[in-house]
Design a protein around this ligand. Structure first.
Ligand SMILES: CC(=O)SCCNC(=O)CCNC(=O)[C@H](O)C(C)(C)COP(=O)(O)OP(=O)(O)OC[C@H]1O[C@@H](n2cnc3c(N)ncnc32)[C@H](O)[C@@H]1OP(=O)(O)O
Ligand SMILES: O=C([O-])CC(=O)C(=O)O
Length: 370
């Protein structure tokens, strides 16, 4: 038995949700470029869950369900107020999603019907949790979700208390479409491993949130913003990046296990970053990001991934950097839950083997002789 480090190249599941072939990403067979330009996040989520695009009536029904489910239980809201105001936002989300199970009398029902409803509930409640904590930590009262607006609109409203402008809603909505699913990435794998033991959807999503948090995965978007802040100015990009390259340090937002010729989602976020800079009349973050890309691609051959330009996009939308990864979770909840449903449709426990590299034939030494 020989292990493959990081399971590179190992095909560990069959799936009909999203595919990556020759650098092309598709949800249920529809190219991400098409979806990014034309679909709303709610349509993309429907597509991932049900396998086809919704009709007007189906979309309106989903929108109504999302509105109905968006408020979170009062005891959970009370708990959010008890959390330290400087708590890590992904830890808050992980804890809050786990706690949601306590207020759902059907939490342990893993039938398809029950999980499908819970997926929609979680899709509606996660933005409310994040926005509520973002306000509570600033000493503000959380806001009740609006009825019949998109998730992107509602999230921006619940975070700021103001009606968001249409450009901001469109940009966030498109970012949510782009992040919704990505084949067997680490957090989705986590969700599938957890549900495959016949645990429950809350456990699967909690595990996935914990996995997304890491800076080698979803946490990279926040790390990119930290890097941009450290660099501080366009003039400082070159010395900063060249120094990182010389020291063989990781540059966050670059590289990918599956894409070696570029992440197809990055160009959409790059375009959005350019457009938002022009609209705001301040393209500093976009220009710094472009210069970083030029250097890292030129010197290391590494291309930006989905997390790179999302950092400047979210910052230009006025979103604090520690909400970037929670926003990724809002979007990826749709993919995680679709994978949980798919895993349970044809389940087998996921239990690979390890290549043992430790000592063998050791004798037990009694404690007084050690
Ligand atoms: C949504 C997402 O999860 S997208 C990914 C977000 N994560 C990041 O942006 C963090 C930075 N990137 C990375 O750490 C990696 O590229 C990962 C985690 C995304 C992929 O990891 P792997 O598939 O194991 O990397 P891979 O085997 O392709 O790396 C090849 C070489 O490139 C180097 N490399 C890869 N990414 C980077 C980077 N961002 N900066 C510097 N060097 C890098 C590796 O160190 C390795 O060098 P070595 O052969 O000298 O050891
Ligand atoms: O697929 C991966 O390894 C990481 C990624 O890009 C994602 O989860 O969107």
């Amino acid at each position: 038995m020989t292990a493959t480090k990081g399971l590179e190249g190992i095909v560990a599941a069959t799936s009909s949700i999203s595919s990556i072939h020759d650098g092309v990403l598709a949800y249920r067979g529809i190219n991400i470029d098409d979806l990014a330009e034309r679909a709303s996040f709610e349509e993309a989520a429907y597509l991932l869950w049900y396998g086809k695009l919704p009709t007007q009536t189906q979309l309106a029904f989903l929108q109504q369900q999302l509105s109905d489910f968006a408020p979170i239980p009062e005891p959970l809201l009370a708990q959010l107020k008890l959390f330290p105001s400087d708590a890590n936002t992904m830890a808050v989300l992980r804890t809050a999603v786990s706690a949601l199970a306590l207020y759902d009398e059907n939490a342990n029902d893993i039938s398809r019907e029950s999980n499908q409803i819970k997926a929609i509930k979680l899709q509606a409640q996660i933005p409310t949790i994040i926005a509520a904590f973002a306000r509570i930590r600033e000493g503000k009262e959380p806001l009740a979700p609006l009825q019949n607006v998109s998730i992107a609109h509602n999230f921006l409203y619940m975070m700021t208390g103001e009606e968001p402008d249409v450009v901001a809603v469109k940009a966030l909505d498109q970012a949510l479409v782009l992040h919704a699913d990505h084949e067997l990435n680490a957090s989705t794998f986590s969700a599938r491993v957890t549900i495959a033991t016949l645990s429950d959807i809350y456990s699967g999503i909690t595990a996935a949130i914990g996995t997304l948090k890491g800076p080698l995965h979803g946490g990279a978007n926040e790390a990119v913003m930290k890097m941009l802040s450290e660099i501080g100015s366009l003039d400082n990009v070159e010395p900063y990046i060249l120094n990182k390259i010389a020291n063989r340090e990781k540059i966050m937002g670059f590289g990918h296990r599956v894409y070696k010729n570029g992440d197809p989602r990055a160009k959409h976020l790059q375009k959005m970053s350019r457009q938002l800079g022009l609209l705001k009349g301040d393209s500093t973050l976009f220009e710094m990001s472009s210069r970083i890309e030029e250097l890292v691609t030129g010197q290391k051959g590494l291309r930006p991934n989905v997390d790179f330009y999302s950092a400047s996009v979210y910052t230009m939308l006025g979103i604090p950097s520690d909400l970037f990864t929670p926003i990724f979770a809002i979007s990826r909840l749709s993919g995680w839950s679709a994978h949980i449903l798919e895993q349970l449709d044809d389940n087998r426990i996921i239990r690979p083997r390890a290549e043992y590299t430790g000592l063998i034939n050791q004798k037990y030494i009694p404690i007084d002789l050690r």
